[in-house]
Design a protein around this ligand. Structure first.
Ligand SMILES: CC(C)(COP(=O)(O)OP(=O)(O)OC[C@H]1O[C@@H](n2cnc3c(N)ncnc32)[C@H](O)[C@@H]1OP(=O)(O)O)[C@@H](O)C(=O)NCCC(=O)NCCS
Length: 109
């Protein structure tokens, strides 16, 4: 991992067996990923095939936003597939620690 990119994490992919879909498993998985990522990095990025509506909807629900399109990123059986680039800005990261209480001097008045 490069020093210059270590503030960023990447969701490489996720998969739920067809029989287990639409039951909230994807949301559970992404909850765990995002919660863990918040302790490690400041941004999460991912790419997803532009026609993958279920996945794009799921990522949008978690606040991922589209910031680009990679045309013809994949070629499957001679068919080109564009990929959507998405990112999620995590408000708290190691560079932005949760504020701790400031010690207060005793009131001697
Ligand atoms: C994308 C995937 C992980 C979603 O998993 P899941 O367990 O079905 O997702 P959930 O049940 O938690 O659904 C979460 C949200 O995703 C969206 N979603 C999921 N399936 C959807 C579908 N078939 N159509 C539209 N939106 C869908 C919805 O916004 C849904 O929220 P809702 O049910 O409240 O409307 C799953 O469909 C999958 O494994 N697909 C194949 C692999 C894949 O495409 N992975 C992503 C590659 S980047």
């Amino acid at each position: 991992m490069s020093l210059k990119t270590k503030h960023r994490g990447m969701v490489w992919g996720m998969y739920v067996e067809p029989d287990g879909r639409r039951l909230g498993v994807g949301k559970l998985l992404l909850n765990v990923i995002v919660a863990h990522a918040k302790t490690e990095v400041e941004d999460l990025t991912l790419t997803v095939a532009s026609q993958n509506e279920p996945a794009i909807n799921l990522y949008r629900r978690f606040g991922f936003v589209e910031y680009g399109l990679d045309p013809r990123a994949l070629k499957v059986d001679g068919v080109y597939i564009d990929e959507v680039l998405m990112r999620l800005s995590l408000e708290l990261g190691p560079k932005h620690p949760t504020p701790t209480s400031i010690p207060v001097a005793p009131d001697n008045s």
